[in-house]
Design a protein around this ligand. Sequence first.
Ligand code: SAM
Length: 303
Amino acid sequence: MRSRPAAAAAQAIGAEPAGKLEPGLYVVATPIGNLGDLSRRALATLAAVDAVVCEDSRVTGLLLHRFGIDRPMLVYNDHTAARLRPELIDRLRRGGALALVSDAGTPTISDPGYRLVKEAHEAGVPVRAVPGPCAPIAALSIAGLPTDRFLFAGFLPPRRDARRRALADLRSVPVTLLLLERGTRLADLLADAAEILGDRPAAIARELTKLHEELRRGRLAELAAAATAAPPPKGEIVVVIGPPEEPAAEIGERAVETALLEASARLPPGRAAREVAAVTGRPAEELYRRLVELGRARRGGRP
Ligand code: SAM
């Protein structure tokens, strides 16, 4: 049964009439700051489900109260998930309609709910998305960095050595990176990223959709220096890091050899290696050794 205020809320926003919601698990995105971002469909769904499965009933209670929705809440977080999940799946199997929300943004994205969604599928229960705000996607959409391929890596480990290992794993991935970070660790993250990933273009999105919304764009090294010099920023942060930049000339091995031989016909080996290094971006010492080997090969292996 749905309470009167809930039915009124659904009707007030032009939602489907009471009782129209199909059974299933509804994964409902909620605002990451600005309450105006709660969609009409999210409101209608929250007003019509049997219960709202949430991370923190104080946070979600405030949201529901703000919109005049009075639905039972079930707290699903790291402490309760294992115990509660069988009961939720059982309710869904018996034809219930439940909404899954997190404190803010899209549930299951660095938030609880993945196992609930998985087990709902395994139980043959319909799972529907009620999409909306998502901080990493909002940051990506305004960062002005490539959006065609990206990788969301959530929060990297807080300990320095583990964080640096995680960055090293990401170094050669040729896509834009999306990371979440706390203000107190931002300077360390940016400094490690500049050192390990290279000085790539990046953006820091803070307090998106809120009063003190801010986007800083720049190269990792300059953003790291600015963050180190300032007090830790307050609020919530997404770091967007552009993909590795290709060397100016990505020249194949055969072409490098041809360039070396051509240069060595005009110049002493050291200068030939430096000339090709300047064009290809490869280390001159490596090219010098290569030139020596090429000369040796041409002389039939004689030194
Ligand atoms: N599931 C959420 C979503 O879809 O946005 C993300 C949950 S994660 C636990 C929370 C982190 O998201 C914050 O610590 C911060 O890094 C980022 N975040 C959330 N709201 C934000 C905002 N308004 N502006 C910038 N970053 C935000």
